[in-house]
Design a protein around this ligand. Structure first.
Ligand SMILES: [Zn+2]
Length: 313
């Protein structure tokens, strides 16, 4: 009671005002029985999407957001919904906007599962991800990220009692990507293999592999009834998977055409941006994103793209 009044006073509220629950950095959406998507809020404080699956005897979390605070808020929401132990967190890839909160989940009891390449990349390659936006604080935080406990370069089945969760290795976004499916609920956590109506980050990607993986996702036998939880953007359906794949194919086609017309640098970016925005008018495509996408696509087509290199154990 005392604490509440102090907070209320600090916030300039009357001491008798009801306690305000701090706003969550994500929106929690139930996408199946015991299956939840945690969708990054409008202010992007969580940095990416996450989610969790409740089985008979425990909880499996998919991704850990960018900030420990957001991961802590996720643990709070899980605790509000179920007393079952948090047993696993599966990282869909190494990028810090998906792994930044791993330590919070490990402290809550989770074993960290990831693609085998994540161990070699999570503390090193994440520095590149931020480019000129890196700060000393962020560098220190990246250097201290926990390494995954269980790694694989093959598909895995995780049983939560009688509930089957399928972890699949896929190609395209980083070279160490996995998706997480809950077959009984027709839900697939796609990680950054899928972005809904928002320009994807191609820094480590191979668009050639990526679009092929999305074609596979759209061709899954139960695709029409599935809900796809993307890495960024709202909960998606198979039409969104096709839309995202056509965005990738459009970038590749437009950059290839610009190269053929001998466009370069800013000229190439402007030419692609205008056409891409016209083709995808309901997408959020920032100037920064499009400039980076065009650069990386240009490198991929030129055969000069540098992708993360798998490290020895
Ligand atoms: Zn990513």
């Amino acid at each position: 009671m005392l604490k509440r009044s102090i907070v209320a006073v600090a916030l300039g509220l009357s001491a008798s005002a009801p306690a305000q629950t701090p706003a969550l950095p994500f929106v929690l959406k139930q996408v199946g029985p015991g299956v939840y998507a945690a969708i990054d809020g409008p202010e992007h404080k969580a940095g990416s999407n996450a989610g969790f699956v409740i089985g008979d005897d425990g909880v499996l979390v998919v991704d850990a957001f960018f900030t420990p605070d957001a991961a802590q808020a996720l643990v709070g929401e899980i605790r509000r919904i179920t007393p079952k132990p948090i047993r696993y967190v599966v990282n869909t890839h190494y990028h810090a906007d998906h792994t930044g909160g791993d330590q919070v989940l490990r402290d809550a009891g989770a074993v960290i599962i990831a693609h085998r390449n994540v161990r070699g990349w999570v503390r090193v390659n994440n520095i590149n991800l931020f480019g000129d936006r890196i700060t000393p604080e962020l560098k220190a935080r990246i250097a201290a990220l926990p390494l995954p406990d269980v790694v694989t370069d093959k598909d895995l089945t995780v049983w939560l009692g009688s509930r089957k969760v399928v972890v699949r290795t896929v190609l395209g976004h980083t070279g160490g990507d996995i998706t997480v499916a809950v077959p009984d609920a027709h839900v697939l956590f796609a990680g950054d293999m899928l972005w809904r109506k928002v320009a994807p980050n191609l820094i480590d990607g191979s668009v050639a592999q990526w679009q092929a993986t999305d074609a596979d996702l759209a061709a899954m036998p139960d695709a029409a009834q599935m809900q796809f939880v993307p890495g960024h953007g709202d909960v998606a359906d198979v039409a969104d998977v096709r839309d995202f794949r056509s965005y990738l194919l459009d970038i590749r086609r437009l950059v290839a055409a610009g190269r053929k017309a001998r466009l370069k640098d800013e000229g190439l970016v402007q030419s692609v941006a205008t056409k891409l925005r016209a083709l995808h008018p309901d997408w959020t495509i920032s100037d920064r994103a499009i400039a980076a996408e065009v650069k990386y696509m240009d490198q991929e087509l030129a055969g000069t793209k540098k992708r993360p290199v798998p490290q020895a154990d």
